[in-house]
Design a binder for this molecule. Sequence first.
Ligand SMILES: CC(C)(COP(=O)(O)OP(=O)(O)OC[C@H]1O[C@@H](n2cnc3c(N)ncnc32)[C@H](O)[C@@H]1OP(=O)(O)O)[C@@H](O)C(=O)NCCC(=O)NCCS
Length: 334
Amino acid sequence: MKIENTMPCSQLPEAPPQTGLQFTVATEEDFDDIMAMSQDIYGGLDYLPTRYQAWLQDTNRIVILARKQGKVIALESTCIIDDGETMLVEGLRVAPQERGKGVAGVLLRFCSQLVKAKYPDVKFCRLTRDDPLGPKDFQKYRLITKQGILLVRFRAEDLKLRLAELGPNVGIPEDRRPSCAPVHLDPSEVHQLFLNSDLMQEVLPNATIVQDWQPFKPLSSNIAILLKKDIDWLVDDPKSPTVTSLCTYPFRVPIGEDWYYLNIDVFGKDLSLAMQQFLSHLRRHTSTLKGNVMCQVFVDPPMWKPLADFCRTTLGVEQVKEYTEQCVVEADVV
Ligand SMILES: CC(C)(COP(=O)(O)OP(=O)(O)OC[C@H]1O[C@@H](n2cnc3c(N)ncnc32)[C@H](O)[C@@H]1OP(=O)(O)O)[C@@H](O)C(=O)NCCC(=O)NCCS
């Protein structure tokens, strides 16, 4: 399944005339205009600047811009996953002065029709949201799964020292201490484990691997996509897993000179095992990193509070936000 992002603008269908919009396929030259429109997004933690070039090269993806009198005013990217069954919507944004006028809705419908025309096998549209969903959203979408989002920040050098002081089992009660260290998975082990639905049924929420906001069904084609990314895969026990976690390598965000982002997606319900893997990821990535880190940890909702307390009181890191949720939602493509 391949979507060419080199499609000339003239091949895109026209926007409904009453909208006054034009749609074009994004190119490298549009980068500055997109960044100008995105300045306020996610409090400076926008991932798009880091991902944009890769998105344009991505063979399963299309990035569409909405323009008004030639000026870029909105963006949406759509990526085909799940063996061609699902269109994943990402990066949606509308320029601040154009919000609240229905632009996002028009762009979403346009992209959905575009994908449907080119890929009639696409059945579902999925997206991940962190804004509170209301009854109107649930008329349109069904909830696939949700995770609690813990956002903390720290200086890598400070946390490295703190972790060294605290020792390997900090935060885990003596009677709950895992008997073994978490296991790093290599690519063949990732395939073996994540494609084994019997083993992973109790671990993955609603059979979904949500990695850095992207929800994937555990399918071989999706694992291939995931394995192309720089991710550390951990599990407590590959033969009988209870908790698994995926951690991005630190990547830069434009909030400041030496700011990095670290995303840790944790699946499973055992707090001690989750803490053990969280600490293992932190140890690994603070060992060489210098600078400020924004760390986003996604966990089963009941784990959020104990993990947040632990981060603040024991690790001494700053909690940036109160509890928010990452919701994976799905609609049928009609
Ligand atoms: C969220 C945002 C894109 C909405 O743009 P907008 O043009 O003001 O939205 P609209 O006026 O079209 O009205 C809302 C429509 O967008 C949809 N929408 C709103 N927020 C959405 C979101 N986070 N993801 C997907 N769809 C969303 C609504 O369901 C609605 O669709 P409908 O017309 O089919 O009912 C805009 O406020 C924005 O750019 N915010 C900052 C970036 C951001 O938070 N992006 C979302 C996550 S990537």
